[in-house]
Design a protein around this ligand. Structure first.
Ligand SMILES: Nc1nc2c(ncn2[C@@H]2O[C@H](COP(=O)(O)OP(=O)(O)O)[C@@H](O)[C@H]2O)c(=O)[nH]1
Ligand SMILES: [Mg+2]
Length: 323
């Protein structure tokens, strides 16, 4: 790590936002210093309560994040926001009113906002989101709000990376709930039915509650919180449920279990990435190993047998993997 990065990291750990921004950029640009950065911040992790806010585009996620932030700031909590939603006001995709509203947070040194590009059209978290969440945690944020568009597969990501997941829907998302039923149940810790001022809200809430009744009893009863984010209605109750969930996570030791799983999954992914990287390099650069690629290309050998044979070429491979 360069002396410059060491100083940058020190300032970030003291809570300086500009340094935090710069370190995030290093992570996003996959700098070679990232492993060292992650090693240094490891002892500082696990203090923040990380809240995922997911749901279809237009449900009101950004508005909710904004309202929750106002409430949390009144309690003097330091708030970090990661907006992965491409249509989010934070990324400039909103009407003027929303942008003006968010500016008050930009001027507040107790709020750090960062937007990130989505991974593909299916939403979900970009590869580097996990590392960025850790940086925000290490930088001393009490709460981290991660807004992401959930439209399918990508949703499981957010569960792996956050402590509490809010699934935000609005009366118009009736169809969405039909297609996502199983997936939503799997990831939601709290359901938020926003835009309660719109028609159909009551019956929509009843549909979700009926669906929740089919669940096996568990350590946490998923609540359905009804909000009108734009009118600041229901936000306190939502905040209360978020805190209750955090409390239940701690009391039932679910939090430490989740953190254990997160660390294990990080470790496995890191090993996988490193091994794959070295293996591919070996296959490309070693004359004997690359001969398999040629034979597969020519159709002389099928890919499965070639893979088996490469993995069986013991010592040669072991030498490469140590490099
Ligand atoms: N009528 C109504 N509109 C809302 C409410 N909450 C948010 N909106 C509006 O819905 C639109 C989408 O909100 P936004 O927060 O950007 O949704 P996101 O795409 O899920 O982040 C914006 O124009 C908001 O002002 C609400 O409770 N009632
Ligand atoms: Mg948004």
């Amino acid at each position: 790590m360069t002396p410059e990065t060491t100083r940058l990291l020190e300032r970030m750990l003291e809570g300086e936002s500009l340094s935090l921004s710069r370190v995030i950029s290093l992570v996003e640009n996959e700098s070679s210093q990232v492993p060292e950065i992650m090693k240094r911040i490891a002892p500082r992790l696990g203090k923040a309560h990380c809240i995922g806010v997911t749901g279809p585009s237009g449900a009101g996620k950004s508005t909710l994040v904004d309202r929750l932030t106002i409430l949390m700031r009144r309690q003097r909590l330091k708030v970090g926001i990661i907006a992965v939603d491409p249509t989010s006001p934070f990324t400039g995709g909103a009407v003027l009113g929303d942008r003006i509203r968010m500016q008050q947070h930009y001027l507040d040194s107790g709020v750090f906002i960062r937007s990130m590009a989505t991974r593909g059209s299916m939403g979900g978290l970009p590869q580097t989101a996990g590392a960025v969440i850790k940086l925000l945690d290490a930088a001393g944020n009490d709460v981290i709000l991660v807004e992401t568009v959930g439209v399918g597969q990508g949703e499981v990501d957010i569960m792996e990376k956050t402590d509490t997941v809010l699934v935000t829907l609005c009366p118009e998302s009736g169809d969405a709930i039909q297609t996502m039923k199983a997936g939503l149940l799997e990831i939601a810790d709290i359901f938020v039915v926003n835009k309660a001022d719109h028609p159909g809200a009551d019956s929509f809430v009843r549909d979700i509650q009926a669906m929740l009744h089919l669940r096996e009893p568990s350590w946490w009863d998923i609540p359905v919180v009804v909000t009108e984010a734009i009118n600041d209605v229901g936000i306190e109750e939502l905040h209360e449920q978020i805190q209750l969930h955090r409390q239940a996570l701690c009391e039932t030791h679910q939090l430490s279990q989740r953190r254990q799983l997160q660390r294990k999954s990080d470790f496995m992914k890191t090993i996988e990435q490193k091994l794959t990287h070295r293996l591919i390099k070996a296959i490309e650069q070693d004359g004997h190993l690359s001969s398999y690629v040629e034979r597969v290309e020519k159709g002389e050998l099928d890919p499965y047998s070639a893979a088996d044979e490469i993995l069986r070429s013991g010592k040669l491979l072991a030498d490469w993997l140590r490099r």
